[in-house]
Design a protein around this ligand. Structure first.
Ligand SMILES: NC(=O)c1ccc[n+]([C@@H]2O[C@H](COP(=O)([O-])OP(=O)(O)OC[C@H]3O[C@@H](n4cnc5c(N)ncnc54)[C@H](OP(=O)(O)O)[C@@H]3O)[C@@H](O)[C@H]2O)c1
Length: 305
């Protein structure tokens, strides 16, 4: 079934999630929580993969570690992978690993543009990404950190019309870009936005997340762990017992469930290069997400640490 943007908003499906009761981290793809992309109704698992640390070049040992993480991600039912030309050799490494594992058709591949210099430069960069990732059609093409968005968005739309891009969007991870980000989100038709949001940095919830819901844009949450720094803050302190009520067995799950529990959020893309992190983080895609009162409790608990 295809749900239009208007149907989606009318039905209040922004908060939709399909959760299985009582699943655990390794319960398998069938029981995973998924949310809908507002502009199409397509369902995506709420845990994706961030790859800004996948630019390891030809280093065979490092590629072996990444291959294991990616294979596990796929095995556990993960689909959306986020990369970018800015992440050094990440696109090429992923292109090789995806081809080697033979999993392209199961994935939702998102990458970005960041070229200045006009429409031709943007198109040329996207052609390079096609080659590196070894794909013809991008599932999602995003303007990275709003770089050159005025010239880039029309190119992304052209590619979408030609069937070479399925969805388009914009990204940021910096609060000092929020004002401009909000302006672009207000005036442009976007399928997706990508933004930083975590227990540590909640500003996106003030204006941008509610606006994304109003505008019918899917939301990818980046940096739900603050780039990993939040783990330094929580250290080895125990989780509160009540976190088990919504299925948290680790701090990573606590942090991810908080971020994706925002009604406007569609999924999060934790950066993960290690297999055991993939397994831990998929625990957040099982059980259920915290309700608004539980999310407030999470905030109060975190603030008191
Ligand atoms: N403007 C933009 O467009 C923008 C900006 C920033 C990020 N992003 C995207 O968002 C993704 C996520 O951001 P990020 O990687 O900077 O930050 P993050 O997801 O907040 O943190 C990643 C760090 O957390 C660690 N980690 C992952 N799972 C863990 C677990 N279960 N337990 C303990 N540590 C764990 C990772 O370690 P390992 O790597 O060792 O597994 C890595 O060091 C990026 O990869 C990128 O795709 C986009």
């Amino acid at each position: 079934m295809t749900i239009t943007r208007r149907d989606f908003n009318k039905a209040g499906l922004g908060a939709l999630s399909l959760a299985a009761i009582g699943g655990d981290a390794l319960a398998g793809p069938k029981d995973m929580i998924r949310k809908a992309i507002p502009s199409s109704g397509e369902m995506v698992p709420i845990i994706g993969l961030g790859t800004n640390r996948y630019g390891v070049g030809d280093d065979v040992e490092k590629r072996t570690v990444l291959r294991a993480a990616l294979a596990r991600f796929h095995q556990l039912g993960g689909t959306l992978i986020d990369t970018a030309p800015m992440y050094r050799s990440s696109e090429s490494v992923l292109g090789d690993l995806i081809a080697d594992l033979g999993i392209r058709n199961d994935l939702f591949v998102a990458t970005k543009t960041d070229k200045k210099g006009g429409a031709a430069a943007t198109s040329a960069q996207m052609e390079e990404s096609q080659e590196k990732l070894k794909i013809k059609t991008f599932d999602l093409m995003q303007v990275h950190n709003l770089i050159n968005w005025q010239e880039a968005l029309p190119v992304l739309r052209e590619w979408k019309q030609e069937g070479l891009v399925r969805y388009i969007g914009i990204t940021t991870s910096r609060a000092n870009q929020y004002q401009e980000f909000e302006k672009v989100l207000r005036q442009e038709e976007l399928d997706f936005i990508q933004i930083n949001y975590s227990l540590e940095q909640r500003e996106a919830a003030d204006r941008i997340l509610p606006l994304a819901a109003d505008r019918g844009a899917a939301v990818i949450i980046n940096r739900a762990f603050g780039g990993g720094r939040i783990f330094d803050k929580v250290g080895d302190q125990p989780l509160p017992e009540w976190a088990q009520e919504f299925g948290c067995e680790s701090w990573a799950q606590f942090l991810l469930k908080y971020a994706i529990g925002h009604p406007a959020a569609t999924l999060s893309i934790p950066g993960m290069t290690k297999l055991h992190h993939v397994e831990d983080n998929f625990g957040a895609a099982h059980g259920r997400l915290p309700d608004p009162a539980e999310r407030e409790r999470q905030e109060a608990f975190y603030d008191a640490l």
